[in-house]
Structure formats: structure tokens, C-alpha cells
Design a protein around this ligand. Structure first.
Ligand SMILES: Cc1ncc(C[n+]2csc(CCOP(=O)(O)OP(=O)(O)O)c2C)c(N)n1
Ligand SMILES: CC(=O)[C@@H](O)[C@H](O)COP(=O)(O)O
Ligand SMILES: [Mg+2]
Length: 648
């Protein structure tokens, strides 16, 4: 028996599912068995690769109960963010493909409409579920499909995002039927923060959850699931009264009925509540309490680590991460640089939008609690908040992933760039983020930042530059962005040139041509130049600045040697190569010598970062080949220019 067969035979219920319909016919014991199989699959997956774990363990029962009470082939289900989609994938007929999840060509780690009718939107960013659900409901009503139910499941971490309140504001007015399930596990990636979190804590401690629960269960037991609608309505009204008296006033005042909190690990209980809210008129919020990491003790005890743990195996009941190799990542160097800046200058503050763990900021939070601000999953607010701090003379650093910074575009424009305020943006995960895929690749930031007047945009090519760049940014009286990818930082045996705004660094001379590397691509550029040694003598420039670009470097690179190749881990449109070309045109240089290597104009799938880079022509080998081709082009061009051309 091969491995795959042995895994399959361990999960007979999951294996039997081609869609979620059979769940409706399963007994209580079978559903509990299905939950156990699902958890087993999740645990096995983590032995092979890093993946979202604790969030998925926490929603197993909720997912099963939902598929029992709705038919999401036609009803609408949106999992907010989408990182907790694994049980949903498993029960909707994707069990056999599940071992491929987050690998190139395999299942996505997020909802993907191309995989299944059960997935409606490809998502990975938090907070939009309620808005899309309100829109779906509105559309279904208008297009004559009022029988299709709509459900949004949103976590307590995502819930305080501004857009959720915009959606509830709208839903309360529209009064369309809609079920919002608030999955409250007391956690974002880190422990949740903010006043809404405190409010949810108060709701959890109300007697409806702690004391009266059994009475409510008894009441619900009396409600026939398919019985007399009048009787059901009466019970619903009682529910409404309870909710109004005992909690959820925030929602009730907005016109959204509040029900709960209820135990999110009790499938039967949830089915009853779901059956009830399904029939309620207008928007309803069902507050479900779950435990992040439920069913695997280490994950329940340390949900922060187990949000996206590295691959691990279990030894004597304890998870042991499989060893990782390579140099420390850019993120770590950035964190150390932040710490240093904060120690040296007490005007410096650090702002994160719920990514303390991903940005490795925990030691900063501990060392400087008064200057550390986790504002929750509220990126627009984070940037406007930084602008406010700036006006008072502080020097805030907004430490944020490239893809999530997109949420703050207007605040970068109006509150920061237009006011010319010295906010520093540390843009992490700027590049291909690997297995997270298209929702998380950070490949547009150069395009959306370099267009703003006043903005300086730079990118370190190697580890030692990170601290120097941050220091230069903090001492610059205008907005500055520093971008770096989710990757090991190259360690070069050289003392970096001092950082001068708008000045690049030549790392290697070469007569035949030049590779101008933007940020992280320096690694691949140097490897390419090295590999070409026998054929071509290629120089390498570390561009450092995307804006202002080093004009003299552009001129020199184009005028010496046969070709210039720019390389960047960013979309070609609007990126570094475009900036280089714009400058070359302005300088009236021979642009035929310039070749741009960058990401193509498509959404790039999930997969291993190196694998994706190579596919996009950005691996060392592909860059070397591009140099050879460019050198040949030059020869062809010269021949074409000769009279022989005229004979054709
Ligand atoms: C706009 C945006 N910002 C940040 C993130 C990163 N992120 C992904 S999941 C998550 C925590 C979400 O917490 P919650 O919604 O409560 O889900 P849980 O993991 O607790 O189930 C964060 C901060 C994101 N996906 N999207
Ligand atoms: C769902 C989500 O947005 C985060 O969990 C993200 O996947 C984290 O990415 P890193 O693993 O790169 O921190
Ligand atoms: Mg949560």
C-alpha cells in the first residue's frame, strides 16, 4: 500500500464526499467522526509544509454545521479572509487533492472559484466578507433569487476593520435577510486588540452564555426544525428579546439582530441556531465562540505560533519544527533596525496593523510598550494615525506587508504624501510571497508609491543595508518607503557605501553589460554575473533607490557596455524598470540597449518563491540567459543596421 492509499483509508467519511450534500443525512456520531477525520488531515498536512493551522482547527464544527443547514452550491457562503477555508475544502469534495494545497499547481490555501462552486471569491485580505455578502443578497433579491441564503463568517480579528462597520451600516438600512457569523476565538494572529475586543469579552461573560445557555438549548429543542412557522417565529421573538436585554446592543441599535454567544464546537447546538437564524428576517449576527487550535493541545495553548507554523513533526507528543536553513530574513534585520532606532531616538514609534508576529516585532512590543501600537486589521487607520503622530513631532514607522498596504492607498496620498509628512513605511513581503499566492504577493507597491510627489522609495539588496536605510529614512524630513521581500537577506562581505538619497551602489564592474538590480534581486543578479564569467564580463549595480532614481547611474549603465538589464521582484508596469526607462528617455539615451526583467502582467499563482521567480524569468539562470540574449541582440542590431538589410 502506498502512502496516499494509507492516508485515504484513514478518512472514509471525507473520502466518500464529492460535495457537501451527504452531511445533511449524517448522524450526530458521523458528523463528530467527520470532524475528527478533518482534524487528522489538518495535522498530517503540517508534517509536510507550513500552512494555516490553528484557525482551521477552530472552525471544523462550525463548517460542518453550516454545510448541514445550508446548500452552498446555491446559497452563498463567504469565509472572511479565507485562511480558515481548509475544512470547507475538505467537505466540499476536495479531500483527494488536499495534499497538494499551497504547492505549485495544487489547491490554493484560500477560497478559489476556479476550484469549486462552493468558493465564491478568491480572497486573502481580511474584512470584506460582510460587504460582499450584503451585495450578494441585494443582487439575489433584485435578480429574482430571494431563496438563496447568504452567510458571511468573520473572525473577531477581522471584525473591527472599518469596512465591516461600513457594511453593517448599509445592511441595517437595507434590511435584507443575511446571516453574519462572528467567529470569536479571542485571537487575531496575536491576541486581538481594541475596544471591540473588550466589548466581545463583555458579551461572552453575559449570563446568556454562561448561565442561561441550558435554558436556551431546552427552548430550542422545543422548536421544530421543519414545523409550524408561527411556533418558530415565537421562539425567534423570544430570542430577540433575550438578545436585546442581555447583550448585543451595539448590533441591535444598527438594525442587526444579535443572537448568542453560543458554543462553536457543539455541532448539534449550532445546527439548531443556524436553522433558526436562517429563517429570521433582516440581518442577523450569530455570535459563535470557538477555540483557536481546538483539538490539538499545543495549538490551543499557543495559537500565535500555530497560526502559520513551520512544518513540524511530533516527537513524544511535542511538535518539533523541521529545521530551516539559510541566512536570516530581511524581516529580522528590519526588526533589529527598528529596535535600534527606537533606542536611539524617543520620537520613533512603531505601528502595526495586527502583524506583530509576522513582522517579528514581539521583542519591540516588550521593550517599548508605550511606543508600540497594534491598531488591529485597520491599515487605512494605521497610516492616518501615523500621519497624526507625525504632526506632533514623532517619527512613526508603519511596518506593514506590501499587499495589505494597498488598503491604505488614499491615506498614503492625502494624509502622508500631500502633507509631506515624514512617515516611514517598512514594506515587508514586497515580492512573491510563495505559498500564499496572488492575494498576498506584494508586487504593486513601487507602482503605487513612486507616483506620489515627496515620496522616497528604496530597497535594500543585502542585509547590512537595512539598518542604514532605516536610519537614513528617519533622518529624512519627507515620507520614505523601504521595501523588502519574504526572503533570506543576502550577506555580502563588504562595507556598504553610506546611504545617500538617490545614489546607487556599484557592486561589480563589467565591460560587456550591466545588470541593475532592484532590492532583493541583487542576490540573483550577482549569481548570474558570476555564472557568466567565462562568456561575458557583466557589471552589477545595486539600485538602492527607485525614487529618486540615480540618474547618473542610469546614464553610465546605458553608455558603457552593450546592454543594461534591470531586474526587480515587482510588476513590470510602474516598477523599477519603468522608472529606469523613463529616466533614459528623459536623458535621451539609447533605450534599445535596455531590457526589463520583471513580473509579467498576470496574477501569479501560489508556489515556492524560487520556483515562481524562475518561471517569471527572475532566477539567476534566467538572468544570465537574458544577458547572453541581450549581447546577441546587440550583434543582430548592428548587422541589421548595415546595408545588407536593404536586400530583403
Ligand atoms: C487586510 C489584511 N490585513 C492583515 C491580514 C493578515 N491576517 C490574516 S488572518 C489575520 C487574523 C485574523 O483573525 P480572525 O479574523 O479573528 O481569524 P482567526 O485566525 O482568529 O480565525 C490577520 C491579521 C490580512 N489577511 N488581511
Ligand atoms: C492569512 C494571512 O493573511 C496571514 O496569515 C498570512 O498568510 C501571513 O503571512 P506570513 O506567513 O508571510 O506572515
Ligand atoms: Mg479570531
Amino acid at each position: 500500500m502506498n502512502n496516499e492509499e494509507s492516508v485515504v483509508s484513514k478518512h472514509p467519511l471525507l473520502e466518500s464526499l464529492t460535495d457537501a450534500m451527504p452531511l445533511r443525512e449524517m448522524t450526530r456520531d458521523q458528523l463528530v467522526g467527520l470532524a475528527a477525520e478533518t482534524r487528522d488531515v489538518l495535522c498530517n498536512l503540517l508534517a509536510t509544509r507550513t500552512a494555516h493551522f490553528a484557525s482551521n482547527l477552530g472552525v471544523v464544527e462550525l463548517c460542518i454545521a453550516l454545510h448541514c443547514e445550508f446548500d452552498f452550491r446555491t446559497d452563498r457562503l463567504i469565509w472572511d479572509t479565507g485562511h480558515q477555508i481548509y475544512p470547507h475544502k475538505l467537505v466540499t469534495g476536495r479531500y483527494r487533492d488536499f495534499p497538494t494545497i499551497r504547492t505549485r499547481g495544487g489547491l490554493m490555501g484560500y477560497p478559489n472559484p476556479q476550484e469549486s462552486v462552493y468558493d465564491l471569491f478568491m480572497t486573502g485580505h481580511a474584512g470584506s466578507s460582510v460587504s460582499t455578502a450584503v451585495g450578494l443578497r441585494s443582487g439575489d433579491v433584485l435578480s429574482g433569487n430571494p431563496d438563496r441564503r447568504t452567510v458571511a463568517v468573520i473572525g473577531d480579528g477581522a471584525f473591527p476593520s472599518g469596512i465591516v462597520f461600513e457594511a453593517m451600516n448599509n445592511a441595517g438600512e437595507l434590511e435584507d435577510d443575511l446571516t453574519i457569523i462572528l467567529n470569536d476565538n479571542k485571537m487575531s494572529i496575536c491576541p486581538r486588540v481594541g475596544a471591540v475586543a473588550t466589548y466581545l469579552d463583555r458579551l461572552r461573560s453575559n449570563p446568556y452564555y454562561t448561565g442561561l445557555k441550558t435554558e436556551v438549548v431546552r427552548l430550542l429543542d422545543l422548536v421544530p426544525m421543519f414545523g409550524d412557522p408561527a411556533e418558530r417565529l415565537l421562539a425567534q421573538m423570544k430570542e430577540g428579546v433575550k438578545a436585546g436585554l442581555l447583550g448585543g446592543m451595539l448590533f441591535e441599535e444598527l438594525g442587526i439582530r444579535y443572537v448568542g454567544p453560543i458554543d462553536g464546537h457543539d455541532i448539534s447546538l449550532m445546527r439548531k441556531y443556524l436553522a433558526m437564524v436562517r429563517e429570521m428576517k433582516g440581518p442577523v449576527l450569530l455570535h459563535v465562540v470557538t477555540e483557536k487550535g481546538h483539538g490539538y493541545k499545543p495549538a490551543a495553548e499557543d495559537p500565535v505560533f500555530f497560526h502559520t507554523p513551520p512544518a513540524f513533526t511530533e516527537e513524544r507528543g511535542k511538535p518539533v519544527p523541521t529545521a530551516s536553513s539559510g541566512c536570516p530574513p530581511f524581516t529580522l534585520h528590519a526588526r533589529n533596525a527598528i529596535r535600534k532606532s527606537m533606542a536611539e531616538d524617543d520620537r520613533v514609534t512603531i505601528i502595526t496593523a495586527a502583524m506583530c508576529q509576522g513582522n517579528k516585532l514581539e521583542p519591540v512590543r516588550e521593550q517599548f510598550p508605550e511606543r508600540f501600537f497594534d491598531v488591529g486589521i485597520c491599515e487605512s487607520h494605521a497610516v492616518a494615525f501615523a500621519a497624526g503622530q507625525c504632526k506632533t513631532g514623532l517619527r512613526p514607522i508603519v511596518d506593514i506587508y506590501s499587499t495589505f498596504l494597498q488598503r491604505s492607498y488614499d491615506q498614503i496620498f492625502q494624509e502622508v504624501a500631500l502633507q509631506d509628512l515624514p512617515v516611514v513605511f517598512l514594506i515587508d513581503r514586497a515580492g512573491l510571497t510563495g505559498p500564499d499566492g496572488p492575494t498576498h504577493h506584494g508586487v504593486y507597491d513601487l507602482g503605487y508609491l513612486r507616483v506620489f510627489p515627496n515620496m522616497v522609495v528604496m530597497s535594500p539588496g543585502y542585509a547590512a543595508e537595512v539598518e542604514l536605510m532605516l536610519s537614513a529614512a528617519i533622518h529624512h524630513d519627507h515620507p520614505v518607503a523601504i521595501r523588502y521581500p519574504k526572503a533570506s537577506a543576502l550577506e555580502l562581505a563588504r562595507t556598504p557605501d553610506p546611504i545617500e538619497i538617490g545614489r546607487s551602489e556599484r557592486i561589480r564592474d563589467g565591460r560587456d553589460g550591466t545588470i541593475v538590480a532592484c532590492g532583493s534581486m541583487l542576490d540573483q543578479a550577482l549569481a548570474a554575473a558570476e555564472s557568466l564569467c567565462d562568456d561575458l564580463d557583466v557589471g552589477v549595480v545595486n539600485a538602492r533607490f527607485i525614487k529618486p532614481i540615480d540618474v547618473e547611474m542610469v546614464r553610465q549603465s546605458v553608455e558603457t557596455g552593450k546592454f543594461v538589464i534591470t531586474v526587480e521582484e515587482h510588476a513590470k508596469m510602474g516598477g523599477f524598470g519603468s522608472a529606469f526607462l523613463e529616466t533614459a528617455v528623459e536623458q535621451r539615451l539609447d533605450t534599445r540597449r535596455i531590457h526589463l526583467l520583471a513580473l509579467s502582467d498576470k496574477f501569479i499563482d501560489h508556489g515556492d518563491r524560487d520556483e515562481l521567480l524562475a518561471e517569471e524569468g527572475l532566477g539567476a539562470e534566467q538572468i544570465a540567459q537574458a544577458c547572453r540574449d541581450a549581447a546577441d541582440d546587440r550583434i543582430t542590431m548592428t548587422q541589421d543596421a548595415k546595408p545588407i538589410h536593404a536586400t530583403h
